[in-house]
Ligand binder design. Structure first.
Ligand code: DGL
Length: 266
C-alpha cells in the first residue's frame, strides 16, 4: 500500500523528502494540485472542495495514510476530511509551540499563506500556546508564486522578503516559523536577510514523526533495512491527477529534491 502526500504544488515535496529519509522502505504517491495552486489566496470553501477531490484520488490509489503536506489545506480542511474518510490523515501545522519553547522569551514570527493566517485553527493554536504574546503572524503570498515558477534565488525574491520584514525589529526575534511548505525552498535567502540569532523552524519532521507513530500503531510500517534510499525509486508523482513520467519532468523533480537537501542543512 502507498502513503499519499499532497500539496497545492511543489511545497509538499518538503514532507516527501523528509518521509523518504525517515521511511525509505515505503511506497509513495505524491500529488501536487498545480492546476489549482495557490491555495493560500483562495477561500476556505474553495480549498475544502479541492482537498476533497485530492482525498478521493488518494483513496482510489490504495493509500494506507494521507499526509496533507500543506499548512493551508490542513487549517481549512483536515478536520472535515477526517470525518469523511476512514484513512488516517496527518496534517502539517506551523511549528508555533516548539518555536515558543526555543525562543526563550524573545519574539517569534510565524510566516504563512493569507488563508492560514486568517484561519481559526492557527489563531486558536497561537492563543493556546502564546500566553505572553510573543507571536506575530506574517502572510507571504508571493513566495508560493515564486516557488511554483522555479524562481528560488533572485533579486525579486530578496527584495520581496526584505520588504516584508522591514516593519520588524529583527533583533527582538529568536524564531521564524516557516508555516507554508513552499517557504523551505527559500531558506538561503531568509538566512541572508535574518540576523544570525533568528533560527528557522518548520513542522515537517514533527509531521512525519506523527505519520510513523500512526503507521506503527496500525502495524503498517514497512521496514526492510533501508535498501531503497534512491529518492525517486518509490514515488509516483502526479500533477493534478496526471502522472509525471517524462524525462524532463522527472529531472526537474530531482532538482527540487537536491535543492531541498541543500536547504535542510541551513
Ligand atoms: N504549501 C502550502 C502551505 O503549506 C500552500 C501554498 C499555496 O498557497 O498554495 O500552506
Amino acid at each position: 500500500m502507498n502513503i499519499g502526500i499532497f500539496d497545492s504544488g511543489i511545497g509538499g515535496m518538503t514532507l516527501l523528502h523528509q518521509a523518504l529519509v525517515m521511511l525509505p522502505d515505503e511506497s509513495y504517491i505524491f500529488y501536487a494540485d498545480t492546476d489549482n495552486a495557490p491555495y493560500g489566496t483562495k477561500s476556505r470553501e474553495q480549498v475544502i472542495a479541492l482537498v476533497d477531490d485530492v482525498m478521493r484520488f488518494m483513496t482510489m490509489h490504495d493509500c494506507k495514510a494521507v499526509v496533507i503536506a500543506c499548512n493551508t489545506a490542513t487549517a481549512a480542511a483536515a478536520e472535515i476530511m477526517r470525518q469523511k474518510y476512514p484513512v488516517p490523515i496527518i496534517g502539517i501545522e506551523p511549528a508555533v509551540k516548539p518555536a515558543i519553547k526555543e525562543s526563550h522569551g524573545k519574539r517569534v514570527i510565524v510566516a504563512a499563506t493569507p488563508l492560514t493566517v486568517r484561519e481559526e485553527k492557527l489563531q486558536n493554536l497561537v492563543r493556546r500556546v502564546d500566553d505572553t504574546h510573543l507571536v506575530d503572524l506574517l502572510a507571504l503570498p508571493r513566495l508560493v508564486e515564486f516557488a511554483e515558477r522555479g524562481e528560488f534565488v533572485s533579486d525579486g525574491v530578496e527584495q520581496y522578503l526584505r520588504n516584508a520584514f522591514s516593519p520588524y525589529r529583527l533583533e527582538d526575534y529568536a524564531e521564524l516559523v516557516l508555516g507554508c511548505t513552499h517557504f523551505n525552498y527559500f531558506k538561503d535567502t531568509f538566512r541572508k536577510i535574518l540576523p544570525v540569532n533568528v533560527h528557522m523552524i518548520d513542522g515537517s519532521e514533527g509531521t512525519i514523526r506523527q505519520l510513523v507513530h500512526v503507521l506503527e500503531h496500525k502495524k503498517q510500517l514497512e521496514r526492510n533495512g533501508g535498501n531503497n534510499r534512491e529518492f525517486d525509486a518509490r514515488v509516483k508523482y502526479f500533477s493534478s491527477g496526471r502522472e509525471l513520467k517524462g524525462e524532463q519532468e522527472l529531472a526537474y523533480i530531482r532538482k527540487l529534491h537536491e535543492r531541498l537537501e541543500k536547504m535542510r542543512e541551513l
